[in-house]
Design a protein around this ligand. Structure first.
Ligand SMILES: Cc1cc2nc3c(=O)[nH]c(=O)nc-3n(C[C@H](O)[C@H](O)[C@H](O)COP(=O)(O)O)c2cc1C
Length: 315
């Protein structure tokens, strides 16, 4: 069994990866996508987006962080993947699921699900360029508009030489609309010989148990659920270990909230970043914790990091 923190651009950056992997239960995480267009990114860009590369591609808790790339030019993706490896990447993942219009207009992300042959070309080219010891994986949705090609896409990823595939069980046009179609993941799992990681709408321990049962997968990727309920991975770990599952109470969550804020300040100093990130996270936690509503209302009007720190200390 493996629990993986999903890549989430604009939400799970290095600080959030650091925090959530410290909180426990996660076996791996994935960087936000690094968009590949016409250039080969230099060291500065890789280190800025994935500072874990400085530390053996692991978070401070020692959890491996995969580098995710997104693009459509197979050769240039291969060159960039190699460059990432040069700066410390230990594993590369290819994004075939991003729904963003700009990305799709440039033929990257989910739009490639319409063309499994191009997916095959991309995976094959990147695989052939990478040193043998560097694993290559991919992440896909079930299709762009329809699900007709979902098995072709999964086969393309396997035939291109990927060692595993994560499946977000929705098409691009389904966006994030519930439900996620977990039974399709089961069909992919039955059809492929490589491990399949189930993803989509796991917000609670019960969802985890259900996705495993319906998909037949051992490994599960947690996205928004791991942010809304930051002890979700820990709960799942306890469950899998046959231990009593206890939820973190709000005072304990607050300990992590304060740490998160301080880690943001260490990263970005007295900029808008710490408060923007804190507000974003607390707003998401409102869906789970009533106390997060109170905290959010208290920090919402604040404009300075010192004021926020004072409120956090008193909360
Ligand atoms: C804000 C946000 C950003 C995302 N960014 C990425 C990304 O960079 N790469 C990727 O493969 N998927 C990305 N995704 C998709 C997630 O990795 C995941 O597949 C999706 O959220 C479904 O899982 P969940 O229901 O557990 O959140 C993103 C999702 C969200 C909500």
């Amino acid at each position: 069994m493996r629990l993986i923190l999903a890549p989430m651009q604009g939400l799970v950056d290095d600080v959030m990866r650091d925090l959530l992997t410290r909180m426990g239960g996660l076996d791996a995480c994935v960087s936000e996508f690094v968009r590949i267009t016409h250039t080969v990114h230099g060291r500065g860009m890789w280190m800025k987006l994935i500072p874990e590369l400085e530390h053996d591609a692991k978070t401070f808790a020692g959890v491996p962080c995969t580098v995710q790339i997104l693009g459509s030019d197979a050769e240039n993706m291969a060159l960039n993947a190699l460059e990432a490896v040069r700066y410390g990447a230990q594993k590369i993942d290819i994004n075939f699921g991003c729904p963003a219009p700009t990305v799709n207009r440039h033929q990257g992300g989910a739009v490639l699900l319409k063309e499994p042959e191009r997916m095959l070309e991309i995976v094959t080219t990147v695989r052939q360029a990478l040193p043998e010891h560097i694993p290559l994986s991919a992440k896909m949705r079930l299709g762009y508009e329809s699900k007709d090609l979902f098995l072709d896409c999964a086969h393309a990823i396997e035939n291109g030489g990927a060692c595993e595939v994560a499946v977000h069980a929705r098409t691009k046009i389904e966006g994030y609309e519930p439900p996620a179609h977990w039974q399709y993941i089961h069909r992919i799992r039955e059809a492929l010989n490589i491990p399949v990681i189930a993803n989509g709408d796991v917000f609670s321990l019960d969802d985890y148990i259900a996705i495993k049962a319906q998909s037949g997968c051992d490994s599960v990727m947690l996205g928004r659920g791991a942010v809304r309920r930051p002890d979700l991975a820990r709960q799942i770990m306890l469950y899998e270990q046959g231990q009593t599952v206890t939820e973190m109470d709000w005072p304990e969550i607050m300990h992590w909230v304060r740490l998160f804020f301080e880690l943001c300040c260490i990263k970005a100093g007295d900029s808008k970043y710490p408060m923007a990130r804190l507000k974003q996270w607390v707003a998401m936690m409102k869906l789970v914790y009533p106390q997060a509503h109170v905290l959010f209302e208290a920090i919402r009007p604040l404009k300075g990091n010192d004021e926020i720190r004072t409120v956090l200390k008193a909360s």
